[in-house]
Design a protein around this ligand. Structure first.
Ligand code: GDP
Ligand code: ZN
Length: 521
């Protein structure tokens, strides 16, 4: 039970608000009184016996008017009733398709609230879908991922998650755990009557399960990249070809390229996509001392960009070789931005030696001192685009994008912390409320919803817990520890997997054992 938080009939604007007028917007009702509430707001155009309550036919669209309590018309609407259990929440759902103007939507929502619904908590429709068994937790989480996906690859991955790819794996792993538990427990109880377990076979089974968990864990790196993308700052002293590099890479003309040093006075962004990962390239103004006020602003911004980037591409020119200014710049970056530790800079850096069409690169003593800071050295000619694909290859290698789940597996495991039940309709809808009191209530509800988000963030954590349990189990078996120890780790794994899907476990283990081995003893 979810503390009564998910009861009653809820209403919310489920299409986006504040994004300019749209043709259609939707107010959704869900709950036991959804039809009654809609019946108070909606007057069908079709002739109906006077005073009779509105009796919708499930999944049939009806046209009519939306009315205030005083009978005044607030919009023309299409109503779509989806009666339980054939709805997203498995409750009675009624959607009112209004005109897409925020005003219309807010008036219709307010009419629904006045007619007895309460404002939905953030993500409460999905919460109800989960509580009513329509989605498991991992699927629900992917609903929110899909809504916020910023690239086609991210959307594909979320969709695969909703369709249950990951959930199926979790379910299958869990049922295999329970099966093994059942076999082991049976031997603990009825040792003399059962053939002994083959430890070699058992270990083989468990290590293959552990590998499946590991494969799932491997998707999380990709997930993080899909969700937040990569920010790459291109730094270098003026005129080495940063803007040209960005242009060549993004095959656009977004950055201004000139021959006068110090032209790029602000951070210029360009978006490229590597293996479906959205990558933002930041062309920074040369980080250097300057008296020009405008240029100073640019320099500050480029420093900030380099600070926030996931990766830095330092560009030098083959014509000049490694110069004192390059040394100054890299020292500046190292001191201020990229606190290095024994294993090198904390933000990975790649060196681009540009303009190799003009001169061969001659490395000097100064260069030797710093070259080790860079994970890769790439030679480019930004004018012709030579070396760009090698540069992409370097990004893929350095950021581990090559480990993306290719082929069959398209879903990904959440690693980034994400507020699952805090999606589309949290704050914007609050402004649709008429009173401060209503807004406070909505705010408090969004806080309650947060506790559930917290469970969801542990997808990754729970998989790790599962893997560790399998690892321990393998050594318990090979070290010939008593079987009781095995069951502890198996239970742990099953519990962790159940946490991911949001199911409970202990009862189920017991009843599974009971039903399979109720052999009259
Ligand atoms: P930035 O100040 O670092 O952004 O440098 P720009 O991209 O503005 O380039 C400065 C000048 O170098 C321009 O005239 C470019 O056409 C030229 N340039 C950039 N890359 C190359 C290159 O690989 N080869 C040659 N020959 N010229 C280049
Ligand atoms: Zn530039």
């Amino acid at each position: 039970d979810y503390g009564g938080g998910a009861t009653g009939t809820i209403a919310a604007i489920v299409t986006s608000l504040g994004g300019g007028p749209a043709a259609v917007g939707i107010v959704r009702l869900s709950g036991p009184d959804a039809v009654a509430v809609a019946g108070r707001v909606f007057r069908p155009a079709r002739k109906a016996p006077a005073q009779a309550p509105w009796r919708p036919r499930s999944h049939f669209v009806e046209y009519g008017l939306a009315l205030n309590a005083d009978g005044s018309v607030i919009d023309e609407v299409l109503v779509v009733p989806m009666l339980a259990p054939r709805s997203y929440t498995r409750e009675d759902v009624v959607e009112l398709q209004c005109h897409g103007n925020d005003l219309c939507l807010r008036r219709v929502l307010r009419a629904c609230l006045e007619a007895g619904a309460r404002l939905a908590d953030p993500g409460e429709f999905t919460l109800r879908a989960f509580l009513n068994g329509r989605l498991d937790l991992a699927q629900a989480e992917n609903v929110s991922k899909l809504i916020s996906a910023k690239s086609a690859a991210a959307a594909d991955s979320a969709l695969a998650g909703i369709q249950g790819g990951f959930s199926t794996l979790v379910k299958s792993l869990r049922s295999r755990c329970i099966e093994l538990l059942t076999e082991i427990e049976a031997r603990l109880d009825f040792e003399d009557e059962m053939p002994p377990l083959n430890p070699v076979l058992l270990i083989r089974k468990i290590s293959s399960m552990r590998q499946e968990v590991q494969d799932a864990l491997d998707t999380s790196n990709y997930d993080k990249l899909l969700q937040s993308g990569l920010q790459i700052a291109i730094i270098g002293r003026p005129n080495v070809g940063k803007s040209s590099l960005l242009n060549a890479w993004s095959k656009s003309e977004r950055a201004i390229v000139t021959e006068i040093a110090g032209t790029t006075r602000d951070v210029v962004e360009a978006n490229v996509s590597i293996h479906g990962i959205p990558v933002t390239l930041l062309d920074t103004a040369g980080i250097r001392e300057t008296d020009d006020v405008v240029e100073k602003i640019g320099v500050k911004r480029s420093e900030a960009a380099a600070l926030g980037a996931d990766m830095i591409i330092m560009t030098i020119s083959a014509v000049d070789g490694w110069t004192d200014d390059d040394t100054k710049l890299i020292e500046h970056v190292l001191i201020n931005k990229v606190c290095s530790n024994s294993s090198g800079p904390s933000v990975p850096m790649v060196l681009v030696i540009n303009k190799v069409d003009c001169a061969p690169f001659v490395s000097g003593e100064q260069f030797e001192k710093f070259s080790g800071l860079f994970r890769k050295h790439i030679q480019t000619c930004a004018v012709t685009g030579k070396g760009i694909s090698e540069l992409e290859g370097a990004v893929i290698e350095v950021r581990g994008i090559e480990h993306v789940p290719c082929g069959g597996r398209r879903w990904t495991v959440n690693q980034v912390i994400q507020c699952v039940f805090n999606t589309s309709n949290a704050l914007p809808n609050c402004s649709a409320l008429s009173t401060v009191a209503q807004m406070n209530v909505a705010y408090e509800r969004s806080l309650t919803a947060f506790s559930l988000c917290h469970i969801m963030q542990r997808q990754f954590e729970q998989l790790l817990r599962t893997k560790e349990a399998f690892t321990r189990l393998e050594s318990s078996i090979s070290d010939q520890l008593p079987m009781d120890f095995w069951t502890i780790d198996l239970r742990e794994a099953a519990l962790a997997l159940a946490t991911i899907s949001g199911e409970d476990i202990s009862e189920e283990v017991l009843s599974s054992i009971f039903s399979k081995f109720c052999i009259g003893k």
